[in-house]
Design a protein around this ligand. Sequence first.
Ligand SMILES: [Zn+2]
Length: 312
Amino acid sequence: MDNQTFSRCPLCGSPETTFYSYCTDFAVSKEQFMLLRCTSCGLVFTDNAPDEQHMASYDRLKHRLKLGDDPEGLTDRLFYRVRKSMLPRKAGIVERCAYRSEGSLLNYGAKTGWFSNYMEKKGWKVTSVENYHEERLFSLEMFHHRMIDVADVDNLKPESFDVVTLWHVFEHIANPHKLLDTFHSLLRPGGILLIACPNIRSADALHYGPYWAAYNVPRHRWHFDAMSINRLVSAHGFTLMHHERLPYDSFYISILSEKQMYHKLAFLRGMAFGFRSWMESAVHRGRSSSLVYVFRKKNPLQYDQTKKEEED
Ligand SMILES: [Zn+2]
């Protein structure tokens, strides 16, 4: 297996990296992975993560987003309620940031298609990209919404989308540089790129340390904070407009983290700390369990100017 190992920071190319933490794959393999941090740009990343071909064995169906609509157990039921309540909120973020109530949307890593279906019903023209056959089939049967495979993205028409969304997907991507260039080409001038991902500066990340469920190694290759993701995405012709919190993730992540620590009353303890983290993020957004980053595509002149300044 060709694992993803780095002698240099995959973001900025600096050879100076330092040990950040050991984390265990609690969900599937029980293997331990090392996280490294670039001392130059601050990116934290999973060392020795499996390549794309072998990641599937760490990403089994039952551990991926649950299919169907029949949750079992308290945690899954909470997940379903949160997902449902988040759909209008996510749609609101898209429409507010794009200044439009309909248009063309690329939902990359669409999973079982709940968000795609919601946006389609609101009048958006939605193209969904999903790596896994089971999820694509689910979406077709449940919502009659046909998704495309990752390999088909190259056939999409340049400058044909108003918005690109990645809801908890970007941290899984093996080659974020290439994908960001693709999004830059697919978005219309002034188009919006929305990336939601876990925040390693969150109150729950600091509280649970290596047991924080959103490290989710090796499936999560990159562990961002506002500074490192801004540096990465900005280098590909985007400007960070603002970031906002996804408040309810703190509850789900805290419960999972408590379970990983084999604490008794994990659900109640997780709800209690999730509430504390949620309160903290209401005061200090940068402490939110997850953040949604809103980037706008720079116009070509701006982009060329930035590149020229960097080269100088
Ligand atoms: Zn770096």
